[in-house]
Design a protein around this ligand. Structure first.
Ligand code: PEP
Length: 266
């Protein structure tokens, strides 16, 4: 099986003032990522200063955008394109976050257009999927994930899939303090990898990182990241606290080290 480098993303959402963004970026720049890749997603207006601060500090942490428009430019008030992000050196982006789907109204089709645009532009794209509480209680978790994944990848060219990351984020767990149990999350991730296998091929499905998101904290990160199909996390609230975010990144790094040691002794 392919070994996958863990990735931890910190989604700041519509939080921080510039002074807080500077302080958080400074703290993240001092992290020791170990085996973990780290990405942070500040608000659009702070992307440039946060990216500059991390560059100056020599940090390997990626800076990404929380969304993008699928069109390149034009009369689209308030929108931000892939080429604008790339112009700032921003090469990572989220699509389909549950707040974009359920609060702002991004449809499955729109998420598919945005995902294809990001990947076509050569960006790393974290495509977020996940079921609501109602859908979970109706036993529809895997069906919803499959529908959102297939729609998200509908227009994507196979040659760009190396830059795809999937984030499974059950909507009922985001910002609620409730987390999927490691076993439930693992089952959802394994099913998502199965769908990837049927859409793409074994090598792509085995190489694609699938992150878990939904109230990940230092106290539950280790057991979640120990699961074989959980390749790190997308973190909301806890990413605004530098100590908590550092502890979660360390848990992801440790999970990679443990997996390597286990593989070597078998
Ligand atoms: C998120 O917004 O992607 C998220 C997982 O939030 P939280 O960690 O706060 O649940």
């Amino acid at each position: 099986m392919a070994s996958r480098q863990p990735l931890v993303g910190g989604n700041w959402k519509m939080n921080t003032a510039s002074s807080e963004a500077d302080a958080l970026a400074g703290a993240v720049a001092s992290f020791q990522p170990g085996a973990c890749q780290i990405a942070i997603f500040p608000p659009f207006v702070y992307l440039d200063r946060v990216a500059a601060a991390l560059r100056t500090a020599g940090s390997t942490t990626l800076v990404g955008a929380q969304d993008l428009d699928h069109r390149d430019n034009g009369a689209l008030t308030g929108q931000v394109s892939a080429s604008m992000l790339l112009d700032l050196g921003i090469q990572t982006v989220l699509t389909g976050h549950s707040e974009r789907r359920h609060v702002i109204g991004d449809s499955d089709e729109l998420v598919g257009l945005k995902t294809a645009r990001a990947l076509d532009a050569g960006m790393m794209c974290l495509l977020c999927i996940g079921e609501t509480l109602e859908q979970r209680e109706a036993g529809e978790t895997d069906a919803v994930n499959e529908r959102q994944l297939r729609a998200g990848l509908k227009n994507v060219q196979a040659s760009t899939l190396g830059n795809l990351v999937v984030a499974y984020e059950p909507v009922w767990a985001i910002g609620t303090g409730q987390t999927a149990s490691p076993d439930d999350a693992q089952n959802a991730h394994a099913a998502i990898r199965g769908v990837l296998r049927s859409i793409t091929d074994d090598a792509t499905a085995d190489a694609t990182r699938i992150l878990y998101g939904g109230s990940v904290k230092p106290s539950n990160a280790n057991e979640l990241f120990a699961m074989p199909d959980i390749d790190g996390g997308l973190i909301g609230g806890a990413s605004l606290n530098a100590d908590d975010f550092a502890a979660i990144c360390t848990a992801a790094s440790d999970s990679a080290t443990t997996a390597t040691t286990t593989a070597q002794t078998h």
